[in-house]
Each structure stands twice: as structure tokens, then as C-alpha cells.
Write a protein that binds this ligand. Sequence first.
Ligand SMILES: Nc1ncnc2c1ncn2[C@@H]1O[C@H](COP(=O)(O)OP(=O)(O)OP(=O)(O)O)[C@@H](O)[C@H]1O
Ligand SMILES: [Mg+2]
Length: 133
Amino acid sequence: MAVVSSETVPVVTETDVVTVRRRVREAAAKLGFSLVDQTKVVTAASELARNTLLYGGGGVMELSTLNGPRVGLRLMFEDKGPGIPDIQLALRDGFTTGSGLGLGLGGAKRLVNEFEVVSRVGEGTKITIVRWK
Ligand SMILES: Nc1ncnc2c1ncn2[C@@H]1O[C@H](COP(=O)(O)OP(=O)(O)OP(=O)(O)O)[C@@H](O)[C@H]1O
Ligand SMILES: [Mg+2]
């Protein structure tokens, strides 16, 4: 698996979430993703960016284009917030510590091909997703 290109987008304000959505859409389109697949990865990115902002206190998204043998988009969301004490519980539909519906993480997971959460309480959270073309 080769990383062809990589860029970092800040996720610190509501406006940054809009930028995340736009950049992910552009990158997916450039890779030749179908409109449906573009929307899937944009929706997943939007949920994760929102969590980074809301629960992580802000952070960054690293967007990478993958090539060889398969073409795909890898998105990594990282924050230095409070961390997630119980990842299995956080992934459960309906679980929220905020005022959301608790559907973001589980929903994002179902929209992509690879989904990894690394989180340490008091240190932060890193969520990596991959959607293959
Ligand atoms: N980056 C993060 N840092 C700390 N906790 C997080 C982070 N992302 C998610 N969580 C925790 O996981 C829970 C579930 O997240 P999820 O996105 O599924 O639901 P939500 O954000 O509460 O609601 P929704 O996304 O449906 O609006 C959150 O309520 C929060 O407690
Ligand atoms: Mg959420």
C-alpha cells in the first residue's frame, strides 16, 4: 500500500468541518469514486470531524490518497482531548455522553471498509478510516 499524497486539515471550528467535507468530497471525486461512495465517505468524515470538535476539543484530519494495489482514501482524525474510556460502548448505537443521538461512530463505521479507534483516557483519540474505491 503506497501513500500517494497527504494533507492535513485543522478541525477546530464549525467552518473547519465544512472544509473537511469539501476536501474529502474533492479527493474522493478525483480518485473516481461514484457519487454514492463519495457521499458515504463524506458522511463518515463529517461525523468524525464533529466528534473531534465536540468531544476532542478540536484536532486535525490527515487525508491520504492510497494507491497500489488498490485505490482508496484514508482519513485520520486526531485530538488531544479526554479520550474514550470504553470504545465498545461508544460505538454502540444510541450511546452518547452529549446531546446527540449516539449514532455518529457506529454510522461512520458502517460507511467505510476499515475503521480503527485508538484512544487513551487523558491523552486523546485517533480514529482512522479507509474507503476503497
Ligand atoms: N474524539 C472523541 N473524544 C472523546 N470522546 C468521544 C470522541 N468521539 C466520540 N466520543 C464519545 O463517543 C460517544 C458516541 O459518539 P457518537 O458520534 O456515536 O455519538 P454522539 O456524537 O454523542 O451523537 P451523534 O453523533 O449521533 O450526534 C460520544 O457521545 C462521546 O462520549
Ligand atoms: Mg457524534
